[in-house]
Design a protein around this ligand. Structure first.
Ligand SMILES: Cc1cc2ncn([C@H]3O[C@H](COP(=O)(O)O)[C@@H](O)[C@H]3O)c2cc1C
Ligand SMILES: O=C(O)c1cccnc1
Length: 346
């Protein structure tokens, strides 16, 4: 593997403990802000600052196509990946609206959409012309996997140069719920019936067919699925590899990550299997309606913040949660302490 796993250290334990102590000193019964207290303390520890901030947020949406789309595993045609790339940059996609609303920088990275560069205005980090159909051969070569992992790390470098205080990864790739479910099957050692769901809107028969396609892939690659990097290469997508590379690079760069939905959580699971310490840099935004998400979250010991029945991807669930994180920071930073306010009992 030419791509090198970065060095990752834990967020500051001292700052985390100081921040939790401050929470007990604020003018409220201890613990009364529930999970917002721990959230603010974790952000403080990750940012290495007693006063966490989410002023500058960076969103990279990675796009890639999937050879397995030809097996009829999505309710939509492959061309939608390319078409949506145009909508992202034109400003009309859900993530475009949400990025504007939270004042985040949004970039769209072509990690390997089928055909030429999907749209002008995209970052060109193409690892290939869509992946190969993984029911017949590995989805990608080692060189392609490593190029896609590096594409994620390059996105994090741009985020750091901007001064980002939070990184959100999104994805676009028709058939990528099939790839994500297959990856999770191999990583967790469970069958597709527990991880494959409707994605963009398959009916019962469509989901059964999707399960069969994943079964075939797991059988074809069997012995080769021995470590996370090889699992990623055989069953992954370029946008999923880029997300994995981005999450690892963000942890290495002390940049907190807000993970979105099913596909991004599978990328987070890959990153954690490659380097367990990176888990300490991840916050989980929401529980997607895609049924497999629950199992992947459980495997990570992750309790997402909200459940709105969303199942879009693009980073949209993460963007929706940002105001909540901002509220946690504002309370932590701006509330008066018992001593400052002259309130007894603190
Ligand atoms: C118009 C449209 C916009 C989207 N934005 C995200 N996805 C989401 O749906 C796709 C995965 O579902 P499946 O595996 O069933 O193809 C991904 O591209 C994902 O990001 C979209 C899907 C569509 C159709
Ligand atoms: O939860 C997700 O990330 C998701 C679910 C369905 C389709 N696309 C994305």
């Amino acid at each position: 593997m030419s791509w090198k796993l970065p060095d990752i250290v834990s967020p500051s334990g001292d700052i985390f403990r100081q921040a939790l102590r401050r929470q007990t000193e604020l003018t409220k019964p201890p613990g009364s802000l529930g999970r917002l207290e721990n959230l603010a303390a974790r952000l403080a520890a990750m940012q290495g600052s007693g006063r966490p901030s989410l002023e500058r947020i960076w969103i990279s949406v990675f796009a890639g196509d999937h050879g397995v789309a030809e097996e009829g595993v999505s309710a939509f045609p492959q061309s939608v990946t390319r078409e949506m790339c145009r909508v992202f940059t034109a400003g009309g996609a859900a993530i475009s609206v949400l990025a504007r609303q939270i004042g985040a920088v949004l970039e769209v990275v072509d990690a390997g959409v089928a055909g030429p560069l999907a749209s002008p205005g995209l970052v060109d980090a193409r690892a290939g012309n869509g992946t190969a159909n993984f029911t017949r051969q590995p989805a990608m070569s080692e060189a392609q996997r490593d190029r896609a992992l590096a594409a994620g790390a390059e996105a994090v470098s741009r985020a750091k140069r901007y001064g980002a205080l939070l990184f959100i990864g999104g994805e676009m790739g028709i058939a990528n719920t099939t790839s994500a479910a297959a990856l999770a099957c191999a990583l967790l050692g469970v069958g597709p019936e527990r991880l494959a769901g409707p994605g963009t809107g398959l009916d019962g028969a469509g989901i059964r067919h999707k399960c069969e396609v994943i079964e075939t892939a797991l059988r074809v690659h069997g012995e080769a699925l021995r470590d996370p990097a090889e699992i990623l290469r055989h069953l992954g997508g370029f946008e999923i590899a880029a997300l994995t590379g981005a999450y690892l690079a963000a942890a290495a760069a002390s940049l907190p990550v807000l993970v979105d939905g099913f596909i991004t959580t599978v990328a987070a699971l890959l990153a954690v299997r490659m380097h367990p310490v990176c888990a300490e840099w991840f916050l989980y935004a929401h529980r997607s309606a895609e049924p497999g998400h629950r199992l992947v979250l459980e495997a990570l010991g992750a309790e997402p913040l909200i459940d709105l029945g969303m199942r879009l991807g693009e980073g949209s669930g993460a963007a929706v949660v940002v105001p909540l994180l901002r509220a946690a920071c504002a309370l932590h930073n701006e509330m008066a302490t018992f001593a400052e306010a002259g309130v007894s009992g603190g």
